[in-house]
Design a protein around this ligand. Structure first.
Ligand code: ATP
Ligand code: FE
Length: 371
C-alpha cells in the first residue's frame, strides 16, 4: 500500500507519501510562519488563502519526491478535523479532486489520532493498548488508546493548551517568532534560572487528569509587568540584565508548565492501569513533544512507572503529512475508507468536515475517582 496524506487543519500545508511498511517516501511542508510572525496568530481567512495558494504545488512536489504519479497510489488520506473549517476544506477539496481523478478510495483522518498513531511508524512494538499524552497548540489530551479508532479520554484542558501558553509567553517576552514561539522559548529558558520566579502549579486541588494553562499564563503576564519588561523591545535588542530577567521567566514558566504535565501523567498511568493493566508505553506527541526538556522530564516519569516512552522525532511531532498518511494506512487496512468520489464532483458539494471532534469518550469513572 502507498498512501498520500494531506494536512491543512491549521497553519501548515503538509503532504507526505508513506508506504504501509512505514517507509516515508516523501514529506513536504509549506509553513505560514512568516504570516504568523507578522500577525501574531492564525487568522482563518488568511490561512485558507495561503493553503489554497500552495496546495496543488505541495501535492505535486510530494509525488515528485516520492518518484510516483497519482496512478501509483492506493488511497488518499486527509485530515477532516478537528481544526479550522475554512482550512480543512482546502485539504479535503484537494484530496477529493485527486481521488476522483484517479479513482482512489479516500480516508478521513482525525488530526489528534494522527498525532498519536505516527508513533507506531517509529516504534514497531508499540501495540494497543497504550497511553498517549498529546500536547500541541490547541490540545492537551491524555488518552488511553485501546484499539484503532477506540480511545478513552482521561483528561483534557479546561481552558488553554500548553502550546498556547508557550506561544503567548514567547510573544510577551518579545522572542523571535519567525519560528513558532515554543522553540524560541525553549532556547531562551536554557539561559535562565528555573527557580527564580515562583509560579504555582495549576489545579493542585483537582485530583483528576485535566489540565489548565490560563492561570499560569496570567501569572506569567503579571511577572512580566512587575519586572517592567517591555514587549516592544525585541530580545535581540535587550540589555544583558533584561535578557537574563526574561530568561528567568522563560525557565520558571517552562518548569511549572511541564511539572503540570508530569503530575497529570502520573495519575493517568494509575487510571489507565485500572482500565487495562497491560499498557506498556506512554506516547508523547504533538508540537510541544519536540521540546527536549519536556521529553527528559517525561522520561523520568515513565522510568519510575516501568513504562517505555515513545516520542516521535520533532518533525513528526509538529503537524505533518506523514501522520495523516500513516493513520490513513491503519484505517485502510481495517477496511475503513470511503469509495472514490465522482470525478466531476460539483464545487459546492458539502464535505464532511469536523472542526470540533472529540477523540474518544470521556472516562466516566474519572469524576468519582477525582473525589
Ligand atoms: P493542534 O494539534 O492542537 O490542532 P497545532 O496543529 O497548531 O495544534 P502542532 O503543530 O501540533 O499544533 O503544535 C504546534 C505547537 O507546538 C505550537 O504551540 C508550538 O509553539 C509548540 N511547539 C513546537 N515546538 C516546541 C518546542 N520545542 N517547545 C515547546 N513548544 C513547541
Ligand atoms: Fe497538530
Amino acid at each position: 500500500l502507498v498512501v498520500l496524506g494531506i494536512e491543512t487543519s491549521c497553519d501548515d500545508t503538509a503532504v507526505a507519501v508513506v508506504r504501509s511498511n512505514g517507509e516515508i517516501l516523501s514529506q513536504v511542508i509549506s509553513s505560514q510562519s512568516e504570516l504568523l510572525a507578522r500577525y501574531g496568530g492564525v487568522a482563518p481567512k488568511m490561512a485558507e488563502e495561503a493553503h489554497s495558494l500552495v496546495i496543488d504545488q505541495v501535492v505535486e512536489e510530494a509525488l515528485d519526491k516520492a518518484n510516483l504519479t497519482a496512478n501509483n497510489l492506493s488511497a488518499v488520506a486527509v485530515t477532516i478535523g478537528p481544526g479550522l473549517s475554512l482550512c480543512l476544506r482546502v485539504g479535503v477539496r484537494k484530496a477529493r479532486k485527486l481521488a476522483g481523478a484517479f479513482n482512489l478510495p479516500i480516508i478521513g483522518v482525525h488530526h489528534m489520532e494522527a498525532h498519536a498513531l505516527v508513533a507506531r511508524i517509529i516504534e514497531h512494538d508499540l501495540h494497543f493498548p497504550f497511553l498517549a499524552l498529546l500536547i500541541s497548540g490547541g490540545h492537551n489530551l491524555l488518552v488511553l488508546a485501546r484499539d484503532l479508532g477506540h480511545y478513552i479520554q482521561l483528561g483534557t484542558t479546561i481552558d488553554d493548551a500548553i502550546g498556547e501558553a508557550y506561544d503567548k509567553t514567547a510573544k510577551w517576552l518579545a522572542l523571535d517568532l519567525r519560528k513558532s514561539g515554543g522553540p524560541a522559548l525553549e532556547e531562551l529558558a536554557k539561559e535562565g534560572n528555573a527557580q527564580a520566579v515562583k509560579f504555582s502549579t495549576p489545579m493542585k486541588q483537582h485530583k483528576d487528569c485535566n489540565f489548565s494553562y490560563a492561570g499560569l499564563k496570567t501569572q506569567v503576564r503579571l511577572a512580566i509587568e512587575s519586572r517592567n519588561i517591555n514587549p516592544e523591545i525585541p530580545i535581540s535588542a535587550a540589555s544583558i540584565q533584561e535578557r537574563s530577567s526574561r530568561a528567568d521567566i522563560a525557565a520558571s514558566f517552562q518548569r511549572i508548565a511541564v511539572l503540570h504535565l508530569e503530575e497529570r501523567c502520573e495519575r493517568a498511568i494509575d487510571w489507565a492501569r485500572k482500565i487495562d493493566p497491560s499498557i506498556k508505553h506512554l506516547v508523547v506527541s504533538g508540537g510541544v513533544a519536540s521540546n527536549k526538556y519536556v521529553r527528559s522530564r517525561l522520561y523520568t516519569v515513565v522510568e519510575k512507572n516501568d513504562l517505555k516512552l515513545v516520542c516521535p522525532p520533532p518533525n513528526l511531532c509538529t503537524d505533518n503529512g506523514v501522520m495523516v498518511a500513516w493513520t490513513g494506512i491503519e484505517h485502510f487496512r481495517m477496511g475503513r475508507f470511503d469509495p472514490p468520489p465522482p470525478a466531476d464532483e460539483p464545487e459546492d458539494f458539502v464535505y464532511d468536515l469536523r472542526p470540533r471532534w472529540p477523540l474518544g469518550e470521556e472516562y466516566a469513572e474519572g469524576r468519582s475517582e477525582a473525589r
